[in-house]
Design a protein around this ligand. Structure first.
Ligand code: ADP
Length: 396
């Protein structure tokens, strides 16, 4: 039996087919520019790859293309759609309503629509993917897996801002956190690698991709995380600023003639690695320039590392004791020079990096020295597999 994992964006659908028993990914693909005249589907099954350029007017048509392709006798991943036992969907925001993954029925769908405003760029698109799957694969269970759910265990002390309490009561304004599926996946894997029960471990997970967040995990439960109500706070990211003093934003609007739209564009799309370096949002480009002697690239790299160090320090204090720090996602898994800078001179926390072991990219590895009190690990994330597991747990 296979699980179809769908991550549906406003103009895209990412999908994977994962074998239930072996947990292997048997096929994957990406549909882009849905609703825009020149759509594209990229699909891969083992060695076989295709790219199809044709208009994809909506998500239903997109899913039709996926279903036709995965049963194709030449390039397909399954003989018939009967092999698909369930669909797992990534849903960005579950608000306070969804504290764990759920099997989707009409009532859940209504609940999803209720919390949709919390992530207006993402949730409506996720719902489109769910509705398309319910229509095109009738009779197959659908499961929603939320980016926010893992963080619903945070205590109030950590999820409330220092703002008037009524903002929380009236509008649900609080820290929610994101990347939960990834933080949970790598925390579970860390316990397996260290051969210790997850319940006994205090872990800081560092998800460093285009979006970045750190999470403090006690006994397998998120107790604090660096993304918040929205998705631009915390550490510096590819194009997002991370924490800023709101006084700067007020000043820009009050005295420098900036509009709200300009401010939003700046903090979400023009800041972070891109904004500081004026080179690129991609860490590989920053590193290349830095190694060629570019001072701004070096400064960008150092700011990025500094903010992560500060969050590690703060979460070590929150946790009280620390057993492991885990690096994951594009930069966390590959950027060994960055990991070296982050872990440099962290003796105060008992963090000692094995510089040789650290020189790995994209593979699971313990990178701390034997005399380090805290284990340091690289653990490649696999959000799709986590979604498939949750789908099996709830639907099959
Ligand atoms: P997303 O959040 O979109 O899933 P990824 O997890 O793929 O992003 O991470 C993208 C980031 O990972 C980019 O900044 C990219 O430069 C970085 N990255 C990928 N490979 C490397 C590498 N070999 N060295 C350093 N950074 C890398």
């Amino acid at each position: 039996m296979k699980i179809l994992v769908i991550n549906s964006g406003s103009s895209s659908i990412k999908f994977q087919i994962i074998d239930r028993d072996s947990e292997e990914m048997v096929a994957s693909g990406l549909l882009e520019r849905i609703g825009i005249s020149d759509g594209r589907m990229k699909y891969k099954c083992g060695e076989k790859k295709i790219v199809v350029d044709k208009p994809i007017p909506d998500h239903e048509t997109g899913l039709d293309m996926v279903l036709t392709t995965i049963v194709d006798p030449e390039i397909g991943a399954v003989k018939s759609l009967d092999e698909i036992g369930a669909c797992g969907h990534r849903v960005v925001h579950g608000g306070e309503k969804f504290t764990s993954s759920v099997l989707i029925d009409d009532e859940v769908l209504r609940g999803l629509e209720e919390v949709s405003d919390m992530a207006p760029l993402h949730n409506p698109a996720n719902i489109m993917g769910i509705k398309a799957a319910m229509k095109k694969l009738p009779g197959i269970p659908n499961v929603a897996v939320f980016d926010t759910a893992f963080h619903q265990t945070m205590p109030k002390v950590n999820y409330l801002y220092g703002l008037p309490y009524k903002l929380y009561e009236e509008y649900g304004m609080r820290r929610y956190g994101f990347h939960g599926t990834s933080h949970q996946f790598v925390a579970q894997r860390t316990a397996e690698i260290l051969e210790k029960p997850l319940e006994d471990l205090n872990i800081i997970t560092c998800h460093l991709g285009n979006g970045c967040s750190l999470t403090a995990i006690r006994g397998g439960k998120s107790i604090d995380t660096s993304l918040g109500y929205g998705t631009f706070c915390g550490v510096v990211m590819g194009t997002r600023s991370g924490d800023v003093d709101p006084a700067i934003l007020f000043d820009l609007m009050e005295n420098k003639g900036w509009t709200l739209e300009q401010i939003k564009t700046m903090v979400y799309k023009e800041s972070g690695l891109l904004g500081i370096s004026e080179i690129s949002m991609d860490m590989r480009d920053i590193e290349e320039k830095m190694f060629a002697g570019d001072e701004r690239a070096k400064l960008t790299f150092e700011i990025f590392a500094d903010r992560i160090r500060k969050y590690i320090g703060s979460y070590a204090a929150t946790l009280g004791t620390l057993d492991a720090i885990v690096f994951t996602a594009g930069i966390g898994e590959n950027g060994w020079e960055l990991r070296e800078l982050i872990c440099d001179n962290m003796d105060v926390f008992g963090i000692k990096l094995d510089k040789e072991a650290n020189q790995v990219k994209g593979v699971e590895q313990v990178i701390s020295r034997p005399d380090s009190r805290v284990s340091i690990l690289v653990v490649p994330t696999n959000e799709e597999l986590m979604i498939a597991r949750e789908t099996v747990r709830l639907a099959l």
